[in-house]
Design a protein around this ligand. Structure first.
Ligand code: ME8
Length: 690
């Protein structure tokens, strides 16, 4: 792993529609790599943004009866809040309509012109507005673009970029930089395209106005790709800034993550523009594959663009991130399937990782060691522990190597070897039997080994599931991971947990969804219901209509509320064993939830989040605590200070945006807005809600 400063970018997305799961895939991948670089001790800068010019945007704005600038301004919040919901910790967001961007695009143009690479001519040929790309007659398939989108005949005066000058230069550059494009197969396609000889590229348009005016020829606007590609340097403030010198070549490692649809723009045009402007190309272009959804292509005509946020709300952001990074081999085409998502949720996450944590922290350690990290010398390694440590070391080595290679799916496979090994270790060592037999010293060694494995897992999983990794850490009694702190770095030394430290047993981190909940998830997400759920759905329905004292409902595993960070609402927990069949709950269920009145002492916005507020809440005798609430779009922090609110006081601590929340604020919402629940008298803080 190199600790060179890392600069990772996503494509800047067109704002003609809201972000969908394909966009989310690229952005989450970039976030994983950025976070990974940080836990390896490198400085990382993660850029995303929006591509706002061009004919496509101009047309959509016109369809909506809005000036293009107003239209794009209205679209931006959807992108920002989507990345926030998906825990993508971006460092910058570049808009091509911003001044800083336009200034640099003009500068790029002037430099290419000064190199003699831009000349005036006339373009006659085909153009696809949907692709924002020119096509030759030869490239068309049945009168359409190779992407299947419609094309239009265009004839207009145009500036051209002398791409034909760059055939040899690019081939030499590729030769000298054998990992410039990954995966290798796609690099080969790029090389053969260039080897065929490059034709000059039309880089300005005159038949519409929504773009950056060409310097000295304002009747032309720049071709949207010339404009857009410049974002990767305009966002660094141009080439004469500390950020540029740190993150761009040769000092930094600049990596563009793109879908295979736009590889040619990034691997051919962009390096040629940069060379012409006298700047070095980026270090790497990583081209991932194309995703279908439940086997179907997403398209405007089908109207089946899948929005990521409802999925994150239904199963949790981290489960979605995990699924995307694990199930779809990075670089290859793949399919997003709701059924596979839930299978991974219940299998890898619930049964594998969640269960390991739960049976150790909430069960054995809580009971046998009063919830403290047992006092065992981590250096005493018997056969089974030695094997476990070796597996952990191998997992960290392999996962690291795969992430160095930007292969997140393989990294997760390697991490899951440790999940599997730690679960097997628990089965083999049978800690429950050790406890029963009073073999406390041995039990301490076993528990320590499992807890320490969980600490390693939390660090390795932090790039993928930052929230859940911090929840695991909270249960282990650790603070949220700070990648700059030594012990929090990518794991390498066994024995980081301090004996005697207090663990914090919490709710299962991936609670099971019973069949009814699964059906409701499919329904809410508009996803096709798998046959297995269809069949048992009839049985469940029959059971529901059966008399109450007939057959009891099947016993479901224990559940906990599933928190929704955005609205602080919950999916109602069910504890079937004690729950009457008609869906009502008993008083025993109700008293499990510790509802209390709190007084807000302080409130601030969480940086980089427009939703989250950090509240300091006085709970009387229980003291003050920090609660994060997703109500920042509805309240200014000052409005809440001094206000009495209702909170769930016994919810397991939960990490959001790198901070811990110790409770949940109750609120109600409808189309009119959101309102926190408050009493109408000055009731003493800390009293129970009854
Ligand atoms: O092309 N599967 O923007 P765009 C996987 N503005 N990834 C997908 C996907 C899918 N089905 N659909 C979209 C543009 N993506 C230009 C980029 S960059 C200087 C300018 C992802 O909104 C993938 O990363 O059409 C793809 O390259 C990108 O979104 C296209 O986004």
């Amino acid at each position: 792993m190199t600790t060179r400063p890392f600069y990772v970018t996503t494509p800047i997305y067109y704002v003609n529609g809201k972000p969908h799961i394909g966009h989310a895939y690229s952005t989450i991948a970039a976030d994983v790599l950025s976070r990974y670089a940080r836990v390896r001790g490198a400085e990382s800068w993660f850029l995303t943004g929006t591509d706002e010019h061009g004919q496509k945007i101009e047309r959509v704005a016109a369809e909506q009866g809005l000036p293009p600038q107003e239209f794009t301004d209205r679209m931006i919040p959807a992108f920002r809040s989507c990345w926030e919901t998906l825990s993508c910790d971006t460092d910058d967001f570049i808009r091509t309509t911003s001044k800083r961007h336009q200034d640099f695009a003009v500068e790029m143009w002037k430099r290419c012109e000064a190199s003699g690479d831009i000349y005036l001519g006339e373009y006659e040929g085909w153009y696809s507005v949907a692709d924002e790309a020119f096509y030759t007659e030869k490239e068309l398939v049945d009168g359409r673009a190779p992407t299947g989108r419609p094309v239009e005949r265009v004839k207009e005066p145009s500036y051209f970029f002398r791409l034909s000058n760059y055939t040899e230069k690019l081939l030499a550059f590729y030769e000298a930089n054998p990992t410039f494009v990954r995966p290798e197969g796609r690099f080969n396609e790029v090389k053969s395209f260039v080897r065929e000889g490059l034709r000059d590229l039309s880089v300005s348009r005159t038949t519409f106005r929504w773009g950056i005016p060409v310097p000295g020829a304002p009747e032309h606007v720049m071709y949207v790709w010339f404009d857009a590609l410049s974002n990767y340097v305009s966002a660094l403030g141009g080439d004469d800034t500390d950020a540029y010198r740190k993150f761009w070549s040769p000092n930094g490692r600049a990596m563009h993550i793109v879908g295979k649809d736009i590889l040619r723009f990034h691997a051919v045009y962009w390096p040629a523009f940069l060379m012409s402007a006298g700047l070095p190309p980026p270090a790497q272009v990583w081209s991932h594959g194309w995703m279908t959804v439940n086997g179907a292509k997403m398209s405007k005509t089908e109207g089946n663009f899948l929005p990521p946020e409802p999925i994150a709300e239904a199963v949790g952001t981290d489960a979605l991130r995990y699924y995307l990074m694990r199930d779809i081999a990075f670089g290859q085409d793949g399919d997003f399937s709701h059924a596979n998502l839930l299978a991974r949720y219940h299998g890898d996450l619930g049964n594998g990782l969640g269960n390991l944590l739960n049976r150790m922290v909430s069960s054995i350690v809580a009971r046998s060691f009063e919830g403290r990290v047992p006092d065992a010398d981590p250096r005493t390694l018997h056969g089974l522990e030695a094997e476990l440590v070796q597996t952990a070391e191998r997992a960290a080595r392999r996962a690291g190597a795969h992430l160095d290679d930007s292969e997140p799916h393989r990294a997760l496979e390697a991490v899951w070897e440790l999940v599997g090994a730690a679960n097997k270790y628990v089965d083999q060592t049978e800690p429950w039997q050790l406890a029963k037999r009073g073999e406390t010293a041995r039990l301490a060694e076993v528990c320590y080994a499992v807890l320490e494995s969980l600490r390693w897992l939390a660090t390795m999983l932090w790039p993928f599931m930052p929230g859940k990794a911090d929840e695991i850490r909270a249960q282990l009694g650790l603070t949220p991971l700070l990648p700059t702190v030594g012990l929090d770095a990518w794991p390498s030394a066994w024995g980081g947990l301090t004996p005697g430290a207090r663990t914090r047993p919490g709710a299962p981190i991936f609670p099971r969804f019973d069949e009814d909940q699964q059906r409701s998830i499919y329904a809410r997400l508009g996803a096709p219901l798998p046959d297995a759920l269809k069949a048992s759905g009839d049985v469940a329905a029959a059971r529901k209509s059966a008399p109450k004292n007939a057959e009891p409902r099947p016993k479901a595993p224990e559940k906990t509320p599933v928190q929704d960070a955005a609205t602080a609402s919950t999916v109602t927990p069910t504890t079937a064993a004690a729950t009457p069949a008609d869906g009502t709950i008993t008083i025993d269920d109700l008293v499990k939830v510790d509802l209390r009145l709190g007084l807000v002492k302080a409130a601030v916005r969480v940086p980089k989040s427009d939703k989250l507020l950090e509240l300091t809440v006085d709970l009387g005798e229980s003291g003050e605590r920090t609660i994060l609430a997703g109500i920042g779009k509805h309240y200014e922090p000052e409005q809440l200070v001094g206000r009495r609110i209702t909170v769930v006081a016994n919810l397991a601590p939960r990490a959001m945006m790198g901070r811990m929340s110790h409770g949940m604020v109750l609120a109600v919402s409808d189309d009119q807005g959101l309102s926190v629940l408050s009493p109408d008298k000055e009731i003493t803080p800390g009293v129970k809600v009854k």
